[in-house]
Write a protein that binds this ligand. Structure first.
Ligand code: ARG
Length: 400
């Protein structure tokens, strides 16, 4: 498969998704915070909405790949089922030897596709009986899960990020999401479809970075948020890899300092690109941003710092005067806050000037249309409960 991502807006050809499943049925009120959800989505509706999203992509000529299919095929073809389970359980920090053994046996008894579904869905304590019990297992049996679910997996933007011809296999900030990166890591490492894709970051690095913080503004410029989820050290490592150990065309990384707040979780919750010169932005982004500019120099990265309004940052580094910012929710302060909360500024461009957006953000969508943007709306009452929009739910693999 060809990996080609040198833009946020050029015609989208192949995209990676995950259709939410069982894992949403294992979110319960006491786990909301830990699992990074604000509310419990209704699975049946969430799946309908997600299918609608996938259909909108396909109807517009985009090839949709599902991470579960890619993983299942890889594990089967390469005989990696057991190795994957071992690594997964290790990452899940299942340490009790009786439980570890029983869990492994339980998972491996499923055929691969079902096993992958189970691993994402989580394993409850009442699903199987341990044959050996000891004091320690008895203590564990008072919990609800042997394995917690991965309800955030439908936000495929974050665990792996395709950039240029390669990929970043991200180390996720939170324990709730850390295991998600293993899925595409196996696909990238072992499947024939993706052979020889350069890897610019690995999940075993100590510093975290998430794909929602990575924007490919052009074939020269990347923007990466220094956020609650992404450490400056990770950005530095990515910069070194891309600048000096690859033949990528990128020569500038704008590391944008972000408020460390949940409302500004990732850079793509603050702004997304909707055409070559138009950007949809968080309505409260009036203050200037502190930006560290990492430039590729002969053999060392040159760093400069600036305090600039977003508009001026984009003008300067994309070298164009026609940059236009469109505010999520417009000038209506309440609408702006409401729509920001439901990912109004998180749209996915499928070609320059055409975006997929949540239908519920109708104030913002109308504004986009007034600016000449073609807005394809998708239903979103359940999907939005996980705090992510169309950009968060998709990972472009190939653009024109
Ligand atoms: N790229 C994004 N903005 N992703 C949103 C992810 C939302 C998810 N519930 C989390 O907290 O991680």
């Amino acid at each position: 498969m060809k990996v080609n991502v040198y833009s946020e807006v050029k015609k989208l050809k192949i995209v990676l998704l995950h259709r939410p499943g069982l894992e949403l049925e294992n979110i319960e009120p006491d786990l909301l915070e830990e699992l990074l959800f604000e509310d419990i989505p209704y699975l049946k509706k969430a799946q309908q909405e997600h299918d609608y999203f996938a259909k909108a992509l396909k109807d517009n000529g985009v090839e949709v790949k599902y991470v579960t299919d890619l993983l299942t095929n890889t594990l089967e073809k390469k005989g990696l089922k057991e190795q994957f389970v071992d690594e997964y359980l290790n990452l899940s920090e299942v340490k009790n030897e009786y439980i570890l053994e029983a869990l492994k046996e339980y998972l491996l008894a499923f055929e691969t596709k079902e096993m992958v579904r189970k691993i994402i869905g989580g394993v409850r304590i009442d699903e199987f009986k341990l044959t050996k019990n000891s004091f320690s297992t008895v203590v564990h049996l008072n919990k609800q899960f042997y394995l917690l679910p991965l309800p955030n997996l439908y936000f495929q933007r974050d665990p792996v990020a395709f950039v240029g011809r390669g990929a970043l296999i991200n180390r996720m900030k939170t324990k709730a999401r850390r295991r998600e990166s293993l899925f595409m890591k196996y696909v990238l490492k072992y499947s024939d479809e993706f052979s020889n894709i350069p890897i610019y970051y690995d999940m075993n690095e100590p510093f975290s970075i998430e794909g929602g913080d990575v924007l490919v503004l052009s074939d020269k410029v990347l923007a990466i948020g220094i956020s609650q989820r992404t450490d400056p050290e990770a950005i530095e490592r990515v910069a070194n890899k891309i600048f000096y150990e690859s033949d990528e065309s990128f020569d500038t990384i704008l590391a944008i300092n972000m408020p460390k707040k949940r409302a500004y979780m990732h850079l793509d919750t603050i702004f997304t690109m909707v055409s070559e010169n138009k950007f949809l932005v968080h309505s409260k982004l009036e203050t200037s941003l502190h930006v560290y500019v990492l430039k590729k120099n002969k053999d060392e990265i040159e760093v400069t710092e600036e305090d600039l309004q977003l508009e001026d940052v984009l003008k300067k580094y994309l070298e164009r005067n026609d940059i236009e910012l469109i505010k999520c929710g417009g000038d209506d302060e309440i609408a702006a806050k409401r729509e920001q909360w439901n990912d109004g500024s998180n749209v996915l461009a499928i070609s320059p000037g055409t975006v997929i957006a949540y239908e519920r953000n109708y104030v913002t969508n109308q504004l986009l249309r007034e600016k000449g943007i073609n807005v394809i709306e998708i239903p979103s009452s359940e999907l939005s409960r996980g705090r992510g929009g169309p950009r968060c739910m998709s990972m472009p693999i190939c653009r024109e």
